[in-house]
Every structure is written in C-alpha cells, then in structure tokens.
Design a protein. Structure first.
Length: 202
C-alpha cells in the first residue's frame, strides 16, 4: 500500500498547474508506477485465488505477469538514473529467449541506440554473461575472438548489457545504449543490482 500511495503522490503532484518545479518526466514516471502497481495488485489477487483452485497453472500465470511489471518498472528506473546523469539513452529489456519485452527511449537518444540496446540484451541471453565480460573474451588472442561476427551481427562486445536473474534463474537481460561504454556499463550494472529491490517493492 505504501508503494501505491507514492505512485498517486508522484502522479497527482506533478499534474498540478505549471510551477518552477514542474517536470513532465515525473508525471510520466507516476503513470508507469500506477500501471505497475495496478497490474501487481490484480495479479496478487489472482494468485490468492489460485490457492483455492488449480495452483500449478495459475501460479505460473502469476509469475509471468509479475515479471512483466518488474521489467517495465526496471526500464523506467534505469532511464531515470540516466536522466540524473544527463545522458539520453535507450533502455531495453528482453526475455530469456532474447525477445524484446520493454523499451524505454528517452528524448534526445541516438536513433541507432535502439538496435544497439536490443542487441545487448540478445548478446547477454545468448551467452549468459554481460557484454563487457564477453568483450574481454573477444579481444585478439582470446578464446572468443571474432564472435561479434556471428549471429547475423547481433553480438555486442562492449559494455552496457547485463543478464537478469530471479531466484537463481535467468529471466532476461537489460541493455542500455546512448552514453559512453563506461556510462552504459554503469547504468546496466545499476539496473541489475537494483532488480531485487524492484521485485521486493512489487
């Protein structure tokens, strides 16, 4: 309930008439938070009812819906951190099969960052490691040198991609593009590290 209260406060406060502290982005974040909260409460109700019915099938539905809410929220949080850093980025999250689930494109981000961010997520799920780690193995003389030329050119060997795990199992990957390699790496690592907190909140 505390998270829902915060969602309404963010949305309502930033929907007041324009003031010096008014921020359109905060309003957008409030909307995303509300969507995540409502989705989670609906899913939680389904989960509670599943205890009285076919527990196996409905618990899987609960897991899937909750993951979607978590992924949507995570993409927004990473974009907010990028805004604080003054970097317009594209933050993408794919499922464990490399299929895009959520993409957050900030105003001013490079058009080319869209594909790069998605390819970073693909790289992570394809090789179950960060793009930074793969990049080290793809250097001349290393064991995976030339790997970036496989998979129809979708392999990225510089930082900004991180695999995402829940309960010890990979659920997908996060890809960030738009800043320097170091900035993208830091943002992706931030998203990976804060995932547990997001799950706790939702």
């Amino acid at each position: 309930m505390e998270l829902l209260q915060v969602c309404f406060e963010v949305f309502l406060v930033n929907s007041l008439p324009l003031t010096a502290s008014f921020h359109i982005y905060a309003t957008t974040m409030g909307i995303y938070l509300l969507i995540a909260c409502v989705t989670t409460f609906i899913v939680n109700d389904t989960f509670r009812r599943s205890l009285q019915g076919n527990k196996g099938n409905r618990s899987r539905a609960f897991s899937s819906e909750r993951k979607y809410a978590v992924i949507l929220f995570l993409a927004c949080i990473v974009s907010e951190r990028a805004k604080e850093m003054g970097i317009p980025v594209v933050a993408a999250v794919s499922d464990k099969a490399g299929r895009p689930v959520a993409v957050q494109c900030m105003d001013g981000a490079y058009i080319g960052s869209y594909d790069v961010a998605l390819n970073k997520t693909y790289t992570c799920v394809a090789f179950k490691m960060s793009t930074e780690a793969l990049g080290k193995l793809a250097q001349p003389g290393e064991s995976l040198y030339g790997i970036q030329f496989t998979n129809e050119g979708k392999i990225v060997i510089f930082g900004g991609g991180e695999p995402l795990y829940l309960g010890g199992k990979m659920i997908g990957a996060l890809g960030v593009s738009g800043g320097s390699a170091g900035q993208d790496t830091a943002l992706a690592a931030y998203g990976k590290d804060i995932l547990k907190e997001v799950v706790t909140c939702l």
